[in-house]
Write a protein that binds this ligand. Structure first.
Ligand code: AMP
Ligand code: MG
Length: 450
């Protein structure tokens, strides 16, 4: 991970920022994404690679299917023996035994013969087609076979003869070798995301492991001496810690591994020690609270000590963003590995919105995913009265999007403590910096939270 100051984006697109500079949402995001680099690839077991990005092309080592096999339960036959077969004039064949899935052939189907065959079983030599059992009398047409060479343990249900009522061409109900994919074909391209269907293919061609970018390990720390773990009793002046839970869940939903450290009291030394302890298992650190200008803004106090750049080349910068909610933000890298750290504001809505806008794209960049952003759409604002928004700040209001009629309705007010309304939202309504009010019926940009 290169230090933030080497970022091409922060050095070109982003103006040199003094402490008074108010960062736009776009500048802050570009700074983050210009800094964070995809994690080094590792070899993972198939299921551990779920949701990860392949870093190399996968070549098919083995044709699928690996052998000609039956797509039906029925009888393997020679096509010439059933030409013109009908209900009235069935072809009568001698059943020479069974072929089950997982067995390989000793049976050979000669003229006038049939082998009872199961779905997935190899087509025995001599046979050219499979007649589904529904096209036959099911082998009830004669007495037991004498001297039958049973291929499976017991030719249970097999009889001496089978009457076939319909003709079939050579190749009928046969899945030929390599008809799915052939050895040497490209199975998957580098950059593909490993989902369930891709895992199906990788397993089918026999790969036990794949090289992917790993899931980032994201440490989530909330700060505040007022915070109590849910489930514990609450004293006067205390509240439950919701941020560390919300963000841990959001980290997981973004595809990463979350380590929830929970709430750290407002003490700079404790916080510094906690972060230092966590660095060993962190590809990214996310903190909440303590980033504004109050007396107990502990994150700022603890991490400002590292200054613009400490001996390890790390630095966290605290900024004001032209955004609501989420005005105070910290970003930089920390420790010997320059681990990215995002310090989010403490109000629950602010921290969640900040996560969606900045942390989630950063996590997905670490994963090397092609799509790092939430999808956006445009929708017609459905509300009784105009929305108001502060001048010069991009506002993100919670909303419910209705794809059926292309509308979005605000949920709750704009207060950044309104966590109940957040729980009913599935979208963010974006009000640009220059707009101070939005009339009902106006088309607005909407971030879909999925
Ligand atoms: P701060 O940014 O630390 O000044 O916190 C701003 C507001 O958010 C305060 O009302 C805090 O009590 C509240 N807050 C901070 N952290 C959390 C948290 N983890 N869960 C719920 N509320 C929080
Ligand atoms: Mg606080």
């Amino acid at each position: 991970m290169s230090p933030r100051r080497c970022s091409p984006v922060s050095s070109s697109a982003v103006p040199v920022a003094g402490p008074e500079h108010v960062w736009s949402v776009t500048e802050h995001l570009e700074d983050i994404l210009g800094t964070v680099r995809p994690l080094e690839p590792i070899e993972l077991q198939l299921l551990d690679a779920q949701g990860c990005v392949l870093v190399e092309d996968i070549t098919v080592p083995l044709s699928l299917p690996p052998f000609d096999n039956s797509s039906m339960d029925g009888y393997a036959v020679r096509a010439a023996d059933i030409v013109g077969a009908s209900e009235e004039f069935p072809a009568v064949l001698t059943v020479i035994g069974d072929v089950a899935a997982g067995r390989s052939g000793e049976l050979r189907v000669g003229p006038g013969q049939a082998a009872r065959i199961m779905t997935g079983a190899p087509l025995p030599p001599g046979a050219e087609a499979v007649v589904p059992v529904e096209w036959t009398d099911g082998g009830l047409g004669g007495g037991p076979v004498s001297g039958m060479r049973a291929h499976s343990a017991a030719p249970e249900g097999a009889s001496g003869q089978v009457h076939v009522h319909r003709a079939a061409e050579a190749g009928a109900h046969v899945r030929t070798r390599g008809s799915d994919c052939r050895a040497g074909d490209r199975a998957l391209d580098a950059g593909a995301v490993v989902g369930a269907p891709q895992i199906a293919l990788l397993a089918a061609i026999g790969l036990g492991t794949v090289r992917v970018r790993p899931r980032p390990r994201v440490v989530v720390i909330s700060t505040g001496s007022e915070l109590v773990q849910p489930g514990e009793p609450l004293d006067d002046g205390e509240i439950y810690d919701s941020n560390s839970f919300a963000l841990t869940a959001a980290v997981r939903a973004a595809g990463a591994i979350a380590y929830r450290v929970g709430a750290v009291a407002d003490d700079a030394e404790t916080l510094r020690a906690t972060i230092e302890d966590q660095l060993v298992r962190a590809d990214m650190v996310v903190t909440t609270g303590g980033v504004s200008v109050g007396a107990y803004d502990v994150v700022k106090e603890a991490l400002s000590h590292v200054g613009d750049e400490d001996e390890a080349g790390s630095g966290i910068e605290f900024r004001k963003l032209a955004m609501q909610p989420g005005k105070p933000q910290g970003f930089g890298s920390i420790g010997p590995d320059h681990t990215p750290l995002l310090a989010l504001p403490g109000n629950p809505v602010s921290s969640y919105v900040s996560f969606e806008l900045f942390v989630r794209p950063a996590i997905r960049t670490l994963m090397g995913l092609p799509d790092v952003h939430r999808p956006t759409t445009r929708a017609v604002l459905r509300t009784d009265k105009a929305l108001t928004s502060p001048a010069g700040r991009r506002q993100f209001l919670r909303g419910r999007h209705s794809p059926a009629d292309g509308t979005v309705s605000p949920v709750g007010a704009s207060g950044s403590h309104l966590v109940a309304a957040l729980a009913h939202a599935d979208a963010l309504i974006v009000v640009p910096e220059d707009d101070t009010s939005v009339e009902p019926g106006t088309e607005v940009e909407v971030v879909l939270l999925g």
